[in-house]
Design a protein around this ligand. Structure first.
Ligand SMILES: Cc1cc2nc3c(=O)[nH]c(=O)nc-3n(C[C@H](O)[C@H](O)[C@H](O)COP(=O)(O)OP(=O)(O)OC[C@H]3O[C@@H](n4cnc5c(N)ncnc54)[C@H](O)[C@@H]3O)c2cc1C
Length: 428
């Protein structure tokens, strides 16, 4: 049994992923009911792909706003259409969670609300995954440190109803006597998210405040993502600035990565060694998010004179440059994620393969002799007959292996190892 602590986007996505492979899961959450206030306001293209593969994207593309541009004091500085074209959606985190819960329910599992993980018996034969957010009890129980620091002390976030004369397909940044204020349109006729480290400036009258929160931005990264049978994913493993909208999306990526690996091990198709690739692949992604969002936050939102000069004279003008735009969009979309290691072998190994990004299953392109081996070790495999090099694409759409067909079986045995079935105790 896999026990998942936390029914936020990460825990729900992990549960859906595991259930899709037929693995038994229990999802417990300390809260009495689902959250009603949204934190993440958007799904990045990569996050939308993950939701699609999990069967949980649903009607989000129809209900969401697609942003065309970033405007600075009313002037367009960044063309966001490539991002929208790649699938970026402005859609509330509560909507994402609701779609994932519906999907999980269809897969036969209901979240157990009002059930903190400390009250759940976990046996040596269970796997426990802490998807229980920034203050993760699982992380503390496992004795995993969460090192880092505060990036910004006071950050004000408000969802407000207002009839402002602003384009509702742009994100608006204002720099004025009120400091820096970022304004995003939210789905709904008159709903906006206003974010500011500086104050409460607004471009007009506010009719009503839906929700407001002042918080401190931290950057922290778990020292390890695994201790024995215990894993961490999502905010339990990494937190950082919301600038760039990477948090929920990184958690969804963690969940998908862990789901298919854990499923192979739980089902006795692979040895536990495979699970080490989860941290090896996903922790560097989180480290890169921390490494980019922290300076971006300090420069764009910092109050120091040097930071402001750098922001106003260098950073914001540079946003108009096409290479800078491509860099930002490539990073923020998370479509450029590339893995390295044993599951990323050969030409294009580890790269996302757009042609297979929506398949959600192993894809083998090669001779049918390889197909027998692949199905024996991996289960469900989509097959395309192909001459020349054999290719294997992972369920998360990344190239796993490319090479001569006669080497395929040896590589598969090497990377999956000899499964320990029946699995006895696996705690280290
Ligand atoms: C103000 C704000 C704005 C943000 N804006 C964005 C954005 O625009 N884009 C973006 O991508 N990200 C954004 N984020 C980050 C995003 O919200 C998180 O990255 C995301 O919620 C992480 O999902 P998660 O499932 O890992 O954790 P969470 O969503 O925190 O879910 C954790 C779950 O675990 C449960 N839990 C806690 N303790 C226990 C326990 N002991 N036992 C069992 N269950 C427990 C909680 O009740 C909760 O349901 C924002 C965050 C904040 C705070």
């Amino acid at each position: 049994m896999v026990i998942i602590a936390g029914a936020g986007p990460t825990g729900l996505a992990l549960a859906c992923g595991l259930r899709q492979y037929g693995v038994d899961v229990r999802v417990v959450d300390a809260a009495d009911r689902p959250a009603t206030t949204s934190r993440a306001l958007g799904v990045q293209p990569r996050g939308a792909e993950v939701l699609y593969r999990l069967g949980a994207l649903g009607d989000l593309p129809d209900k969401a706003i697609r942003l065309d541009a970033l405007r600075l004091n009313g002037v367009q500085r960044l063309d966001l259409r490539p991002m929208a074209g790649a699938g970026a959606l402005i859609a509330s985190q509560t909507w994402v969670e609701a779609r994932l819960r519906d999907r999980l329910s269809a897969l036969g599992v209901e979240v157990e609300w009002g059930t903190p993980i400390s009250e759940v018996p976990v046996s040596d034969d269970d796997w426990l995954v802490g998807c229980d957010g920034a203050h993760s009890a699982v992380r503390k129980m496992a004795g995993i440190s969460f090192d880092g620091e505060a990036v910004m002390e006071n950050f004000l976030l408000r969802d407000v109803h207002a009839r402002w004369d602003l384009d509702r397909s742009s994100v608006h940044i204002y720099i004025n006597d009120g400091g820096l204020t970022a304004i995003f349109p939210l789905p709904g006729d008159d709903l906006w998210r206003v974010m500011s480290p500086d104050g409460r400036w607004a471009p007009g009258e506010i009719d009503a405040v839906d929700w407001e929160s002042t918080f401190r931005i931290h950057k922290r990264l778990a020292s390890t993502y695994r201790r024995g049978n215990v894993f961490l994913a999502g905010d339990a493993a990494h937190i950082h600035s919301p600038l760039g909208g990477q948090g929920m999306n990184t958690g969804l990526g963690d969940a998908e990565n862990l789901a298919w690996k854990l499923a192979l091990v739980v089902q006795g198709r692979a040895s536990e060694k495979l699970l080490d690739t989860y941290e090896a692949e996903r922790r560097p992604i989180a480290a890169a998010v921390l490494g980019s969002t922290t300076p971006a936050t300090r420069i764009s939102m910092g109050s120091g004179r040097v930071q402001r000069l750098l922001r106003d004279l260098v950073v914001f003008p540079a946003l108009s440059l096409p290479p800078v735009q491509r860099l930002i969009i490539g990073f923020a979309s998370q479509l450029g994620v590339k893995y390295s290691g044993p599951l990323a072998v050969g030409k294009h190994g580890g790269e996302r393969m757009p042609a297979f990004a929506r398949t959600g299953k192993w894809v083998l392109a090669g001779p049918s002799t390889c197909l027998e081996v692949a199905r024996d070790r991996l289960g469900d495999v989509v097959h395309h007959e192909r001459a020349g090099d054999t290719l294997l694409v992972r369920p998360d759409g990344h190239m796993a292996w490319r090479g001569p067909s006669e080497r395929f079986s040896a590589w598969l045995n090497e990377v999956l190892g000899v499964p320990e079935t029946p699995r006895l105790t696996t705690r280290s």
